[in-house]
Design a protein around this ligand. Structure first.
Ligand code: NAD
Length: 463
């Protein structure tokens, strides 16, 4: 649906009113377009002394042909030269240069005093990041740090990144990537995502990369040859997920309830996919999903997107509304996963991606059933991730306010609050959720396991 406030904010009179009343000024966020560079503009690359991840970051910048610059940092120049990355010189006193993205390797920060490296690097250039720009900080997973002091300093990065996300405005998104020991080779898919317009509505997030096999990937079609099942694919976020996974090369089996058959066929027709009209709560849902995927090349990806709300305050909630929501949003996912995992339902490097909600993180009035189900999804991801084998991973996205039929039905005042109470001052689009799911689904993301990434424009709810 259209955001009338955003349209107004762009008109000459709107700009005047907004400036004078100090109201939020949402901008049109850049979004992914095929056949365009990962970063459309200059990238500034910095690092704390003795950082260990600069070579791997430089390799990613070289691979994406980023127009990259650095200040006076001989160590970084050397690391970059080894990867063939040509780093232009940037004079820190230069106030004219603008950057579309800034990436900083903080892995060398050993103690809290050295956090000053962040200040030294970011303070002079804080006003030189363009609209829809990106700030990416890469650090060491605190739990794997060598000393307590290092763990504390690395943990501190989170507060810095989240504050940058809130402070920089203009659609600038900031992320923190924590890398486990030995996982340098696994960070490419995450760094590409965090630098690109695919992360338009993702900000203030921490993504953890662990050590795993590295796959050879065609970055233009990272899902080529893969078979994906998307539940709830006939409309809304599920429809966008089906489109994005197909765009990235997957054959998508679009699943929804039989009542949605006509819309399912429309979506599957648009993307050259196939249709599976079943209810995910049926006892044989896992078996049917496995059989449908076997008719293609076997199951590589399942996206558990189907979900419902049945809002009532707890005192007014009928037992059947409680049961229905828990069953569709959580128990059915558990049953399907259990069936697939116990019956060799996944190909090697299979991907399970779940859709939670910020309601499951923050709780919400009238949503005890829904929030419990979505918090359960986070638990499902956290406790399943360590027991998976054969390169299979499980991750979740937690959307905030996304412009869909579901949110269009919310009363005006609550809807406006949901839209504006985030760092982007606007609602997200279904495609924003889909792009984050595509990151987890990618063959290059075996190092992402057990993550929950919010797609909420850094909503204040549950932050
Ligand atoms: P939607 O209602 O537009 O679509 C949900 C789809 O799931 C529908 O097509 C529906 O038929 C299908 N579905 C429901 N029960 C099913 C079942 N038993 N078996 C098979 N399919 C079933 O909702 P949406 O806004 O696109 O939301 C998609 C997911 O994102 C949901 O899990 C929702 O909880 C979550 N989410 C949405 C928002 C938002 O702002 N829209 C925010 C947070 C989380």
């Amino acid at each position: 649906m259209t955001d009338q406030y955003q349209t107004f904010a762009k008109s000459p009179i709107g700009k005047f009113v907004i400036k004078n009343l100090g109201l939020p000024a949402p901008i049109n966020l850049d979004r992914f377009e095929s056949a365009t560079p990962v970063v459309k503009g200059a990238v500034l690359f910095g690092a704390a002394p003795a950082s260990t991840l600069s070579g791997s970051i430089a390799q990613v910048l070289a691979n994406i042909h980023a127009n990259s610059y650095t200040g006076n940092n001989a160590e970084l120049q050397q690391a970059a030269a080894k990867t063939g990355l040509n780093l232009g010189a940037f004079n820190q006193g230069d106030k004219e240069s603008k950057f579309k993205a800034v990436i900083f390797d903080a892995s060398g920060i050993q103690n809290s005093e050295q956090l000053n490296e962040l200040y030294q690097f970011f303070n002079p250039i804080a006003r030189q990041i363009q609209t829809s720009g990106r700030v990416v900080i890469v650090g060491i997973t605190p739990e794997t740090a060598k000393t307590v002091k290092q763990a504390i300093a690395q943990r501190a990065l989170e507060g810095f990144v989240k504050s940058v996300g809130k402070e920089f405005k203009k659609g600038i998104a900031a992320q923190l990537v924590y890398v486990d020991e030995g996982a340098e080779a696994n960070l490419e898919s995450t760094v590409r995502f965090a630098l690109s317009p695919r992360s338009a509505y993702v900000s203030g997030q921490v993504i953890r990369v662990s050590k795993a096999d590295v796959a050879d990937v065609d970055w233009a079609k990272p899902l080529a040859g893969k078979t994906a099942v998307v539940t709830g694919a006939s409309r809304g976020i599920g429809e966008a997920i089906a489109h994005v996974l197909a765009r990235d090369g997957a054959h998508v089996i679009c699943l929804d309830v039989p009542q949605q058959q006509a819309d399912l066929e429309r979506v599957a027709g648009e993307i050259g996919g196939s249709v599976l009209a079943i209810d995910i709560t049926a006892n044989d849902a896992g078996e049917k999903i496995k059989a449908a995927a076997a008719a293609q090349s076997g199951l590589d990806i399942i996206v558990h997107n189907a979900g419902i709300t049945r809002d009532k305050t707890l005192a007014n909630m009928k037992p059947e509304l409680w049961d229905l929501v828990i069953n569709i949003n959580l128990s059915a996912i558990e049953r399907v996963n259990d069936y697939l995992l116990e019956n060799a339902g996944f190909n090697k490097n299979g991907r399970i991606v779940c859709v939670s909600s910020i309601s499951g993180i923050a709780g919400n009035l009238g949503q005890t059933n829904y929030a419990a189900s979505k918090a359960g999804v986070i638990g499902l991801v956290k406790f399943t991730a360590p027991i998976l084998k054969n390169g299979v991973t499980i991750n979740a996205v937690a959307p905030g306010f996304i412009e869909t039929q579901m949110t269009a039905a919310i009363p005006f005042a609550i809807r406006e609050a949901g839209r504006r109470m985030n760092s982007m001052s606007q609602g997200g689009l279904p495609v924003d959720v889909a792009e984050t799911i595509a990151l987890f689904a990618s063959s290059a993301s075996t190092g992402l396991n057990g993550n929950v990434v919010r797609v909420c424009g850094q909503s204040l709810l549950g932050a």
